[in-house]
Design a protein around this ligand. Structure first.
Ligand code: IMP
Length: 185
C-alpha cells in the first residue's frame, strides 16, 4: 500500500480486492456476452452516476453493436457507508425510453434498494426490456429481490473503493478495487 500513499494520505486503503487486470478481463467478457445477446438491437445503456462512469466507459468501448448512452444521477439518504433505501433522482434521462432495450449499468449492488427503485421507475415508462449490468455484488446483502443479468464479481461484505467507487467522494480514480479500513473512519 506504500505506493498508494500519494492518493491515500490518510491510509484508509486496507487491501486490493480486485486487480486492474482482473477487471479488464471481466469487462471484456461482459461486453462479449452483451454483444451476442443484443444482436440486431440498439440498446440504450444507462449509467448510474457517479459510481458507474468508469465501468460504463470501459464496457461500452468493447461492445460491437450500435448503442446509445444516457445517464441518471441518484442519491440515497443515509450514513456514509450505508444506504437508507430512500432514493432521489437528481438527474433524469434526456430521452423517452418507450420500446427501448435498456441496460442499467451500476457499480455495485449492495442492499439492492437503489436498483429496485430505478427498475420500478423505469419500467413504468414502458421500455421493450430492462436488464442490469453491475460490476460488483456484495454477497448476501440484498434486501429486495433483484436479479442482475450481468455481474462482474461477487465480493464479501466490505466497503470498497476505486474504479469509480468512492468513499466521501474520494478514490474514484484508482485502477483497482480496494477494501477500506472502516475502523479508521
Ligand atoms: P444499494 O442501494 O444498497 O444497493 O447501494 C447502491 C449504492 O450504494 C451504490 O451505487 C454505491 O453508490 C453505494 N455503495 C454501496 N456499497 C458501496 C461500497 O462498498 N463502496 C462504495 N459505494 C457503495
Amino acid at each position: 500500500m506504500a505506493l498508494l500513499k500519494a492518493v491515500d494520505p490518510k491510509g484508509l486503503l486496507k487491501k486490493e480486492l480486485i486487480t486492474e487486470e482482473e477487471i479488464k478481463t471481466k469487462v471484456e467478457e461482459l461486453a462479449e456476452r452483451i454483444t451476442i445477446d443484443y444482436q440486431g438491437k440498439k440498446p440504450l445503456f444507462i449509467g448510474i452516476l457517479k459510481g458507474a462512469f468508469v465501468f460504463l466507459s470501459d464496457l461500452v468501448r468493447k461492445i460491437e453493436i450500435p448503442l446509445e448512452i444516457d445517464f441518471m444521477s441518484v442519491s440515497s439518504y443515509g450514513k456514509a457507508t450505508q444506504t437508507s433505501g430512500v432514493v432521489k433522482i437528481e438527474k433524469d434521462l434526456d430521452r423517452d425510453i418507450r420500446n427501448r432495450h435498456i441496460i442499467l449499468v451500476e457499480d455495485i449492488l449492495d442492499t439492492g434498494l437503489t436498483l429496485k427503485y430505478l427498475v420500478d421507475t423505469l419500467s413504468a415508462r414502458n421500455p421493450a426490456s430492462i436488464e442490469i449490468c453491475t460490476l460488483l455484488v456484495k454477497e448476501g446483502k440484498q434486501r429486495v429481490n433483484i436479479e442482475p443479468k450481468y455481474v462482474g464479481f461477487t465480493i464479501p461484505d466490505e466497503f470498497v473503493v476505486g474504479y469509480g467507487l468512492d468513499f466521501a467522494g474520494m478514490y474514484r480514480h484508482l485502477n483497482s478495487i480496494y477494501a477500506i479500513d472502516t475502523d479508521k473512519i
